[in-house]
Design a protein around this ligand. Sequence first.
Ligand code: FE
Length: 207
Amino acid sequence: MSTSSRTINPIPFNPRLLSMPGFSERQILEHFNVLYKGYVNKVNEIREKLQFANRQEANATYSEYRGLKKGETYAMDGVILHELYFENLGGTGGLPRGNLLYRLEEDFGSIHSWRHDFMAAGMAARGWAILTFDPRDGRLHNYLLDAHDHGLVANTTALLILDVYEHAYFIDYGTRRADYITAFMQNVDWTAAERRWEKLTTQQDHS
Ligand code: FE
């Protein structure tokens, strides 16, 4: 089996991330180059090793195959969540526009209520706060994840992602997570969330 077609590559670095108020160059570059690219490399390493892993001895307590598959899920979620995070940063904060704003107001009562709840999810999570669309009830929800692979509600679509792992803010803020979340909100690129929403609603229109 060829490995090259299965190799994943990091997204390009957006230079706007280096001029965000409230984020130092070191904070962003270590997060992107060390943490995020580290997950990309691990996915490739794990998938290479999976080609040769022993399936016959697969076991739910411990086995080589289980270890690799658990690592694959964790690392791949790390890749996807970080890509969504970096893509929805580098903007000027404020409010979303158009239909996404309308839906946030409808589902949360007001944009202020949504924002208050999303920031609370950021304070309460051990890993990530996520604004998602859940097709089960057709509504927007704020959810939290305690790790890359713990807490994501199945079949939901992520629209806005906030990384609250300490590595995302400790260089700039130490233990002051609330200040980091405020800075995040001031640098949200709502066009990324609006694009995700538009893609989702377009798909639904055609289904
Ligand atoms: Fe992170």
